[in-house]
Design a binder for this molecule. Structure first.
Ligand SMILES: Cc1cc2nc3c(=O)[nH]c(=O)nc-3n(C[C@H](O)[C@H](O)[C@H](O)COP(=O)(O)O)c2cc1C
Length: 177
């Protein structure tokens, strides 16, 4: 697919057909995403593909809002960052996650970012478990020194999302000539 078409086609997609997601397609997208730039070339980001559906669906409970779409997903890729190797680990991880989402479009897959960061499993209960700790409980395979930025929910879209408007107006693009 043309780069411009990939960028235009990407939308956060939250409903999936239930068709299984091929691991080869995940691998292709992950290989491209690993080419993302990183501060001082620290390469602090790691990607963990999860195709075990019990685990993917359990990740849907990482928060009490905005994460239940994972309960329908066919796969997930967890975006991990090593905070010891770079103070910019979150920025590095976000850049890689974005490239990953575009690469997934090129593989014919739909995805949505589900944020973890500093969220709690229950939004209005400060005593509730941290979402990151919950993700690590579901996935004990996550190495100890890695932080969790987000989980990318993946599947085949069961609808065709509308394309984003082409151009919203001049205020977000500034030119100094
Ligand atoms: C940093 C970040 C965090 C996000 N967190 C969530 C989330 O937790 N749950 C969700 O359903 N969508 C999440 N999204 C998706 C946004 O809601 C989506 O990108 C936005 O509404 C624009 O829609 P589009 O991606 O289709 O262009 C997140 C996106 C970003 C970039």
């Amino acid at each position: 697919m043309e780069f411009k078409d990939v960028v235009r086609k990407r939308r956060s997609t939250r409903r999936y057909t239930g068709n299984p997601v091929e691991i080869e397609k995940l691998r292709n997208a992950m290989e491209l995403a690993l080419r993302a730039p990183s501060s001082k070339n620290t390469r602090s980001t790691r990607l963990m593909a999860v195709t075990n559906l019990d685990k993917v669906h359990a990740l849907g409970r990482l928060r009490d809002w905005g994460s239940s779409l994972l309960e329908e997903a066919g796969a997930a890729i967890v975006i991990l960052g090593d905070e010891e190797s770079s103070p910019m680990w979150q920025t590095n991880a976000a850049i890689m996650a974005t490239i990953l989402q575009l690469a997934l479009v090129d593989e014919g897959l739909a995805s949505c970012w589900v944020h973890v960061g500093d969220y709690l499993t229950v939004n209005d209960d400060p005593a509730s478990q941290r979402s990151e700790d919950y993700v690590k409980e579901v996935l004990p395979e996550i190495p100890a020194n890695y932080r969790v930025l987000s989980v990318i929910s993946i599947g085949y879209a069961d609808y065709t999302p509308k394309p984003l408007p082409e151009y919203e107006g001049p205020e977000r693009m500034l030119f100094v000539e």
